[in-house]
Structure formats: C-alpha cells, structure tokens
Design a protein around this ligand. Sequence first.
Ligand code: SAM
Length: 223
Amino acid sequence: MSTYYKGKRAATYNRIWKTFSEKTLATTVDYIKVSRLYEAPKAQGKHPRILDVACGTGLLLQKLAQLSPQAELYGIDQSSDMLAQAQKILANEPHIHLTQGSLKSDKMTALPYQPASFDLITCTNAFHYLDNPRAVLQSLATLLSPHGQLVLEDYARRPFPFPWKPFEWLIKGVDPQHNKAYTRTEAQQICEAAGLQILAANDFSAGPLWQCWIIRAEVRKSN
Ligand SMILES: C[S@@+](CC[C@H](N)C(=O)[O-])C[C@H]1O[C@@H](n2cnc3c(N)ncnc32)[C@H](O)[C@@H]1O
C-alpha cells in the first residue's frame, strides 16, 4: 500500500500538482481517438465504456465525462484517500463507478471487470509505480474490447546531462513506492511484450523538471 497518497497529501494533491496535472491530462485527452471510441459501441446500440486505472483524485475521469457524457466510466485506485477526493469532484456524475483496488500482477485477476468490456482504458502518471508493468498491461489488454484503445502516459527517465540518479533518489525519499521511470522506447517495448500494438507515441514536456511520454495502443491482432 502506498505511503504517499494518504491524508493531507491526498487532500492537497490537486493543488500541489495542478500545473503538471493540467498538462499531462489535457495531453492524454487529446491523444484519445474519439471516433474510434464511439463507432463500435454505436453500431451495437451501446454507449462507450471507459476505465481509468490508478485514477487518483478523479481529474481525468472528470475530463472523460465531459468528452463523452453518455459513457459508462470506471475508476480504480489503491488509495482510499485519493478515491475520497475523486468522490467529491465526481459527486454529480451518475455514470462513474469508483473502486478501490491494486494493479499488482498477482491481484489483477481479482479486478471486478468483464473481459473485453472496455472501449478505452487510460493510465496516467502511475506506470512508474508498477513492479511488473508487463503483467499489468497483459491483464489490461484482456479488458479491452476488440476495437478498444489503451492510452498510457507517464513521466520519463531523463538522459544525461539531466542528473536523473540524484533526482530519482529524491523522489524515492519522498515516495518510497516509486519503482522506476521508463523512457518512451522502454515503455513501448513493454507494451509490445504485453501483446499490444503501438498506434501512436510521443514525447512532451510538463514543465522544466518533467519530460513525459504518451502511447496509444490496441490489442495486437493475431494473423
Ligand atoms: C501521481 S497519482 C496519478 C493519479 C491520476 N492518474 C492522475 O494522473 O491524476 C498516482 C496514483 O496511482 C495510484 N497507484 C499507485 N500504484 C498503484 C497500484 N499498484 N494500483 C492502483 N493504484 C496505484 C496512487 O494511489 C495514486 O492515486
């Protein structure tokens, strides 16, 4: 269980990380292929189903509800205090379902979702926490519908001359659950090893300290 996203840190998260969240979450929303999100569900007379994993305080879910007001939205996070913040900002959103749960490779099968049931899965600013990211992505891939898309975003490990090692040491001092930040190339390789096909990928800046990457992927079709 995270020691960071508790109590006051959860209560002040949106304020402390405002600039970072605005940039990373706006970039994430822009990266969603909206036509694809609607087309297949519409053909089946359904509304899109969206899952935001490690949803934190619900800021992305709020944006996704604006993007797709009819969508059925689900959020999962391991921190009850972050989810309590999400409950507050999403109180008037009837289509959003929040669940406390952990993205751990040995616990993924316990996630309360049907296979192939989501048209979009998002995961922002949390990939660096995963102890087995490939296994987690494999499990998320089973939740994507055949036309579904995964949009994955996180901050990147920065190359020399940025002093990444001392910077990461400081991050770990504040937040011991931080596991490892990946470059975009590494993240793409993990996606591919998990059976995903990369549709688009990009780097962007979220301020002087934070370089980020973003990937859109789908389940690789077998020939
Ligand atoms: C930096 S916050 C990002 C929250 C949100 N995705 C956003 O971008 O605003 C990281 C979140 O990941 C959650 N988290 C970290 N590891 C997790 C895990 N293994 N399973 C579920 N949630 C996790 C934390 O509780 C926290 O809410």
